[in-house]
Design a protein around this ligand. Structure first.
Ligand code: ADP
Ligand code: ASP
Ligand code: MG
Length: 438
């Protein structure tokens, strides 16, 4: 048994839902995880945004437009079967009345989570009824009955494994099992989610908890490409990645894979396959445990980076300086992505400015602080063992005409990170593709 996760674009229209239904039925008894139809979660975020701004009319109108959109989808999927159509309409009315019941003053974060969870409920309901109409025996596994997070906001894998096994056993034999991605319950028993793009994590957790044969992530492109296809032409799929390489790429901006979904698969040694719903025969990318390949595999970019430099004479020949600096980031719960040090200064990057002012205030007690905003981390990923002579030189050669603010190499055996200005991002990615892959 495998777990197959279909992203928003894969189920983004009537035709796509029909196509995915076909694909699911051809591939045997698996667990299918669905995202919301593309655009839906963004619309739900917009509704919540109106509510935070106390614009109830804006929220109502947006919810109404979304509802109308779904009624068209229902029409397209169930027009031949009135009984099923009426049943689906009833379930949808329930979902939309839940949304409308939250359109009131005093909107809370808890209400927001409930609203955001409705997208996956809608898509899963559509698929459940569509498959049933096609006489497929579908077992519906409500995510809110097994996907749970613990006090640290992390997945409670023991609970998930136990509940899923029980639920599947109680359900008996089915042709396919279906569940919602992204949504979960937190320790308070409230509806919550696994962060934007989190359906990948749902799939990975299910694969890991049930020790399944493979985790398949079906999307709109034939696997992980060697560069970001949104910014660079002529990118090509990478056939294999190991978990470390995949984790670096996902974390540093390769949107095809959610960064958190690599770990459960890696720990349980379950291969992850990235496949294209629109071209199911394409090989895609398989991610599994294998030794370093001696190759540079791919490049990715992470946006909205801020670089912070602290320079201090006190750092010279002193110990304990870096500890003090890092403690400030810990106090303000801000992770550091890149670091470069010299004897008199240290540069670091962060991807959130939420606590920047506080961090800078504290850092100023220890030295002179400089900030560079709107930076991008360019990450070159592959077998970057230092014995592989010349790999770092190739990356740097590619960027010879671009100002590089920081370089980080040797932190792991899998990447070189380079910090450049936002306006140089596309130029840098393109230059790297030309030099490394063409
Ligand atoms: P889904 O909705 O199926 O989860 P996503 O939009 O999250 O899909 O991820 C797929 C998209 O990721 C692709 O359409 C592509 O534009 C983008 N992407 C960014 N970097 C890469 C890469 N290196 N390889 C493949 N796709 C990438
Ligand atoms: N629907 C959610 C989102 O758009 C989760 C997902 O697609 O993975 O972020
Ligand atoms: Mg995604």
């Amino acid at each position: 048994m495998k777990v197959m996760k279909f992203g928003g674009t894969s189920v983004g229209s009537v035709d796509r839902i029909k196509h995915v239904a076909e694909l699911i039925t051809q591939r045997g008894k698996n667990i299918v995880v669905l995202s919301a139809m593309s655009g839906t979660t963004n619309t739900l975020v917009e509704i919540a945004d109106y509510l935070y701004k106390n614009n109830l009319t804006g929220a109502r109108e947006t919810a109404h437009n979304l509802e109308m959109k779904y009624f068209k989808v229902i029409e397209g999927l169930f027009q031949q079967n009135r009984t099923i159509k009426e049943e689906v309409v009833k379930s949808f009315q329930k979902i939309f009345s839940t949304i409308r019941s939250l359109i009131h003053d005093g909107f809370t974060a808890r209400d927001e989570k409930i609203i955001l969870s409705q997208g996956e409920m809608l898509s899963t309901l559509l698929m459940f009824h569509y498959l049933s109409m096609k006489r497929v025996k579908v077992g519906y596994l409500p995510a809110l009955e097994f996907m749970k997070t613990n006090n640290d906001g992390e997945a409670d894998t023991a609970f998930i494994a136990q509940r899923l096994k029980e639920m599947i056993e109680q359900m008996g034999d089915k042709d396919v099992y279906l569940t919602e991605g992204y949504i979960c319950l937190n320790t308070n028993g409230d509806i919550d989610n696994l962060q934007r793009g989190g359906s990948d994590l749902t799939a990975s957790l299910i694969g890991a908890c049930l020790n399944l044969e493979e985790i398949e992530i079906w999307t709109d492109i034939d696997g992980m490409h060697n560069n970001d296809p949104r910014f660079v032409e002529n990118t090509a799929p990478v056939e294999t990645l190991n978990f470390e390489e995949a984790a670096e790429l996902a974390y540093f901006g390769a949107k095809i894979l959610h960064p958190t979904c690599v770990l459960p698969a890696k720990v349980n040694n379950i291969p992850v396959r990235l496949l294209n719903t629109l071209n199911p025969e394409a090989k895609g990318t398989v991610i599994y445990n294998f030794p370093p390949s001696g190759k540079i595999k791919a490049v990715a970019a992470k946006d909205n980076i801020t670089a912070i430099k602290i320079k201090s004479g006190r750092m010279l020949l002193a110990y304990g300086f870096l500890r003090k600096v890092f403690e400030i980031f810990e106090t303000f719960r801000t992770p550091i992505d890149m670091i470069a040090t010299s004897e008199v200064g240290v540069s670091m990057t962060i991807d959130s400015e939420r606590n920047l002012d506080n961090i800078v205030d504290e850092l100023k007690k220890f030295g002179t602080v400089t900030i560079d905003r709107d930076m991008v981390i360019i990450c070159v990923v592959g077998d970057m063992d230092w014995a592989n002579c010349g790999f770092e030189a190739e990356a740097l050669q590619a960027l010879r005409d671009i100002p590089v603010r920081m370089i980080s190499y040797g932190g792991s055996n899998y990447n070189i990170s380079l910090l450049v200005k936002k306006e140089d991002k596309v130029k840098a990615l393109t230059a790297l593709s030309r030099r490394l892959f063409n």
